[in-house]
Design a binder for this molecule. Structure first.
Ligand code: GLY
Length: 373
């Protein structure tokens, strides 16, 4: 496939995304959509980890067409996030997901000083979750999880790298690299696959073992966790220029591609036995594709072609398999995402982060290099 054909496909898809979001945004408005059930997104509480994705999608579109209605919606969601930001107790490590795609996005696009303050406040919270003995950022707040680190957190580190860039203070970056190096040692396996949760003794920092989370088992390969590892390490490489992060991202990308079914739709776990009604996960595939397009920016031209073609192939197949363009009664852009198959929570449904990563990857295929992460 030639670049011109890829570009044309991406351009056509982008126009479909704009068309659909322009319509769905009239009902969804400035709320917190998470999962689409029977065609409509239902809302989460303000502190939920996915609350940046809808405004992030609106900012991707505003960046190109300057639609003030969408800007106002994204800004309103961001202002509503002040409640959890200042309430503190319900904050968790996913402040990166929440404030990168809201406040960092708005600051990058419009220079709003309130957005900068919000994002730096969130970055300071993330710093405060660091365990200096175990070199990890604590994921969740339950007392029994005080020593838990999870692979997803790599995607939150962009907030710290950004904070170092805008403040000129390297501490945020130093800490992001400490956590990334911990992930290289203790969470991501040599074959590029990843644990979901790893437990440490919070006093001594000793690694106690892996714990099964949203994947099939402690030693399996949760596909969205694989995508978080891939994209998170690519982000680390982009911000730091460190080859060890790029090499890790490349190993995980290869692992992802080697296990991907022919139709481009991964199971919720690459190492789960097949079962009737099993969860598949389009969100893992679109996140991985966007991460591969990041890798393509960082590797020599001959290798870049490989990652770009792989990402394009995945997006195109997913679009054919999961796109909702023929269904005006469906608010989601992509079907077949799975939030948590072991708990049978939201299986094979549209999910807001699948929509976001699909749109983000399409923007990258069309030449956008600036990230909100
Ligand atoms: N970060 C939570 C998830 O991927 O479901």
């Amino acid at each position: 496939m030639q670049d011109a054909e890829q570009l044309q496909w991406a351009e056509d898809k982008w126009q479909q995304i704009i068309g659909k979001v322009s319509l769905t945004s009239r009902r969804i408005g400035d709320s917190f959509p998470y999962i689409s059930i029977d065609g409509q997104y239902y809302n989460e509480e303000p502190d939920w980890w996915t609350n940046g994705f809808w405004p992030g999608l609106l900012w991707l579109i505003y960046r190109e067409n300057g639609d003030e209605r969408l800007r106002n919606l994204a800004d309103s969601v961001e202002r509503q996030l002040d409640a959890p930001l200042h309430q503190y107790e319900t904050l968790h490590h996913d402040v990166g997901f929440m404030w990168s795609l809201t406040s960092v996005a708005q600051y990058k696009l419009l220079g709003n000083p309130d957005s900068r303050r919000r994002a730096l406040t969130a970055a300071s919270h993330l710093m405060g979750r660091y365990n200096a003995k175990g070199h990890f950022i604590r994921a969740w707040n339950q007392p029994e999880r005080v020593g838990w680190a999870i692979i997803d957190c790599l995607m939150n580190l962009g907030l710290l790298y950004w904070a170092s860039e805008v403040t000129g203070d390297p501490r945020y970056r130093h800490l992001a690299m400490e956590h990334s190096d911990m992930a290289l040692r203790d969470i991501i396996r040599p074959d590029g696959s990843s644990n979901h949760i790893v437990s440490f003794d919070p006093e001594t920092g000793q690694r106690l073992g892996a714990i099964s989370g949203q994947g099939y088992a402690a030693d399996s390969a949760w596909s969205r966790g694989t995508a978080w590892a891939l994209y998170g390490m690519a982000l680390g490489a982009r911000y730091t220029g460190e080859n060890r992060y790029l090499d890790s991202a490349r190993r995980t990308a290869q692992m992802f591609l080697d296990h991907l079914p022919e139709d481009g739709l991964p199971p919720y776990d690459f190492r789960a036995p097949h079962e009737e009604g099993m969860g598949m996960d389009s969100s893992a595939a679109v996140c991985a594709a966007s991460g591969m397009l990041e890798i393509a920016r960082l590797v020599p031209a001959a290798d870049a072609r490989y990652y770009r073609d792989a990402a394009f192939g995945m997006l195109k197949k997913l679009d054919e398999r999961c796109g909702t363009w023929d269904d005006d009664g469906e608010e989601g852009l992509l079907r077949m995402g799975t939030a948590n198959f072991p708990k049978r929570a939201f299986v094979n449904v549209p999910m807001i982060y699948g929509d976001y990563f699909f749109a983000e990857a399409i923007c990258k295929l069309r030449g956008h290099e600036e990230l909100f992460w």
